[in-house]
Design a protein around this ligand. Structure first.
Ligand code: FE2
Length: 333
């Protein structure tokens, strides 16, 4: 089976093509929108996607050495994500599916992050820790779906790190050689300053931490490096704490860390310590596939289509708030 996947939920317009048996990547094309200032501007990002969509498709087909007629299906991320961005990918996918009469797989973006990670590590049933600019959640499979065992009550971890970097004047917050600017800044710090650590039940919260950290910086009451160090220690520790408690409850024997923030080597070390103490396997998706890409959408498309899940092009609407626990996962026991 050869499936083409389209990702456009946030800053990346990606087109991936994969085949299965054995799983194989035939093409992985990405166009990444980088805002000149601030976070993602939905209109600007979607215009950037529109300008590059046809080139991304052309290049993916050429890299894979296939024609659209060779495809067994098309997959598209329909949510969660930013509406105007999602609609660009959805429009392209609907057009291909209806013009060429190809099955169309509706992919939940979070599920795609998980499934590419499961494939990479050959994990059977992991506890999932999904950390990105737009999402922060802990999930585990049970009775047909991934169930949420904790999430952020306000801003996601990636958004927290990016905003802190930007407001502290060490933007752009983009990861430089594998390190987020906050991790980089924290390397020169080491004196712990008091900041709010908020874990409520199984949920985390970063907005109070962000406000307090920025206040310290603004009032010059602590060195920037020490604030970055303390803030990231608190944020990462909160994530590891709720992950460990979820593991104790679910009994999963594997932990899979997915999403753009998964690439932090500092966070990874914390997960390594926790996993070895609990005697569970750890899989941290490498940066190349931890960030958004079309390959993961194509792979999720393979799984969906193999299990007969498809959508009519005229009914393939984007769902900006499509939650992971609303998606049936028939391929897991
Ligand atoms: Fe993502």
């Amino acid at each position: 089976m050869i499936v083409l996947g389209i990702e456009s939920s946030a800053h990346t317009f990606g087109v991936g093509i994969v085949s299965d048996e054995p799983p194989h990547i035939l093409a992985d094309v990405r166009f990444v929108y980088k805002p000149k200032t601030g976070g993602i501007h939905p209109k600007e990002a979607s215009q950037y996607f529109v300008s590059n969509a046809s080139e991304a498709l052309r290049k993916a087909l050429s890299d894979a050495g296939v024609r659209i007629s060779d495809l067994d299906g098309v997959a598209v991320a329909l949510g969660p994500g930013i509406g105007p961005c999602l609609r660009v990918g959805a429009t392209l996918a609907r057009a291909i599916a209806s013009y060429y009469s190809k099955p169309l797989a509706p992919v939940n973006h979070a599920l795609a992050h998980i499934e590419i990670g499961r494939l990479l590590f050959s994990f059977r049933n992991p506890l999932v820790v999904y950390l990105s600019g737009g999402n922060t959640l802990i999930a585990s499979f049970s009775e047909g779906r991934y169930r949420i065992f904790g999430e952020t009550l306000d801003i996601p971890l990636g958004n927290f790190l990016d905003t802190l970097a930007r407001e502290a004047g060490i933007a752009p917050p983009y990861v430089v050689s594998g390190l987020h600017q906050i991790d980089r800044c924290a390397e020169e710090g080491g004196r712990f300053v008091e900041l709010p650590y908020v874990v409520k039940g199984q949920d985390v919260s970063f907005s109070g931490l962000l406000t307090a950290a920025l206040k310290l910086i603004k009032e010059s009451r602590a060195r920037l490096n020490d604030v970055c160090y303390s803030a990231r220690e608190i944020a990462y520790s909160a994530i590891v704490e709720v992950s460990e408690r979820a593991l104790a409850h679910t009994g999963n024997k594997e932990v899979l860390v997915v999403g753009g923030v998964a690439s932090s080597p500092v966070l990874r070390r914390k997960f390594e310590v926790m996993s070895s103490l609990r005697g569970v396997k750890l899989g941290v998706v490498p940066p190349q596939y931890a960030v958004d890409n079309g390959v993961m959408i194509a792979w999720a498309g393979v799984l969906l289509l193999k299990h007969g899940i498809q959508v009519k092009p005229e009914e393939a609407f984007v769902k900006q708030r499509w939650k992971l626990d609303q998606v049936d996962v028939p391929w897991l026991p």
